[in-house]
Design a protein around this ligand. Structure first.
Ligand code: HEC
Ligand code: HEC
Ligand code: HEC
Ligand code: HEC
Length: 120
């Protein structure tokens, strides 16, 4: 019985943690949630999604084009940058259920006006 209770508490705890995560949705992804968590969570619910899951719907070279910068600022493009080119993993910069800032900001102070830090 004791064992059962511990299991119950653990399971309940995990479910609560999971629903707390899930409540924090990005508005721009509302339609993705309609087709289920696994649309992104291609590696199971206990792991972060892979980049491939994001790339089902987003395209790196399109993104590089969308956030293109000119002249002196060209290599500040987060999707085609001085250090990582087009190869930096999405989740180094973008959060889904949690707020997150772009990794570049650890060391630089660039202006990224289109960046959505929080749950909007
Ligand atoms: C099933 C399709 C789909 C998947 C999978 C998906 N997205 Fe999206 N995403 C969209 C759509 C649709 C929008 C809203 C239109 C747009 O801005 O491109 C969007 C918007 C975004 C935006 C914000 C655009 C803005 O307005 O600022 C970011 C950032 C983003 N997605 C990142 C990701 C990341 C990171 C992943 C993987 C964890 C991911 N997406 C997975 C479809 C998807
Ligand atoms: C648009 C893509 C997307 C969808 C849809 C999505 N997630 Fe996530 N999820 C992520 C990303 C990205 C992370 C990485 C952490 C973060 O950014 O919040 C994550 C992390 C998590 C984690 C933490 C995993 C860990 O290893 O710590 C849980 C739990 C989770 N998601 C639950 C859910 C549930 C439940 C749903 C459906 C209601 C859902 N997610 C739908 C993208 C998504
Ligand atoms: C761990 C710290 C660190 C991170 C993270 C980082 N950089 Fe840098 N970056 C540096 C250092 C140090 C230099 C200067 C060395 C050099 O010029 O080679 C630099 C130089 C640059 C330069 C040229 C100088 C300038 O300020 O214009 C650009 C552009 C740049 N980084 C873009 C980025 C972008 C975009 C990201 C995110 C994708 C990023 N960096 C992430 C440390 C970092
Ligand atoms: C090195 C950090 C970094 C990585 C890696 C990254 N992004 Fe971004 N992303 C940003 C920043 C910063 C912006 C806002 C740029 C601006 O304001 O000019 C952005 C903007 C976006 C937008 C909105 C574009 C628009 O025109 O509004 C989408 C969608 C997006 N990213 C999706 C992705 C996906 C999907 C991946 C992975 C394939 C990814 N990003 C990888 C930092 C990053």
């Amino acid at each position: 019985m004791k064992k059962f209770n511990t299991l119950l508490v653990l399971t309940l705890g995990a479910c609560l943690a999971m629903s707390a995560q899930a409540q924090n949705k990005r508005e721009y992804h509302e339609m993705v949630y309609d087709s289920g968590c696994k649309t992104c969570h291609d590696q199971g619910m206990k792991a972060f999604p892979s980049d491939d899951s994001c790339l089902q719907c987003h395209d790196m070279s399109d993104l590089a084009e969308q956030t293109k910068r000119e002249g002196h600022y060209a290599k500040q493009n987060p999707h085609d940058s001085m250090h990582y080119g087009q190869d930096a993993p999405c989740m180094e910069c973008h959060g889904e259920h949690t707020p997150k800032k772009a990794i570049c900001m650890d060391c630089h102070n660039f202006d990224f006006p289109k960046f959505k830090y929080e749950h909007k």
